[in-house]
Design a protein around this ligand. Sequence first.
Ligand SMILES: [Zn+2]
Length: 144
Amino acid sequence: MSSRLNDHLTEGQLETLRDKVMAEIERIENKLATEKTHMEMANSGRDEVDSANDDIIKHAELRFTTRETLYLKKLKKTLPIFDTDEYGVCEDCGAEISFQRLMARPTSTMCIGCKEESERDELQSFHGRRSKSLGQQVNLTARV
Ligand SMILES: [Zn+2]
C-alpha cells in the first residue's frame, strides 16, 4: 500500500510525466538557442533590412520568446515537485489532478475547478494590469 499524497498516479505515470517535463525543457532550450542565433544574425545584417519591417519582426520574436521563456520557467519549477509526493495534487484545494490533464499540461498545479476560478480572477484584472505586466515581461526577456 502506498501512502503518497498523489497515489492516484502510478510510479510509471509519474515517470512518464517527469520525462515529458524534461523533454519539454530540452525542446524549448534548443528553440531559444536557435532563436538567439537568428536574432544575432538578423542584427549583423541590419543595413540591408528596412528598419520599420525589422521592428515588426523583432516585436513578434520578442513576444514568442517571452511566452516560451515563461513556460520554461514554469517547467523548471515543476521538475522539483516530482521529488515530493505533491505532484498532481491541486495546490489550492488538495484535489487529485487526473493523469489525462497532466499529460495535456504537465505544469498543472491546480485542479480544473481551481484553475477556472483563478483564470476568471486574472481576466477580471487583466485590463488594469496589462501595460504593467507587459513591461515586466520585456525586462525579463532582456535579462535572459
Ligand atoms: Zn483545486
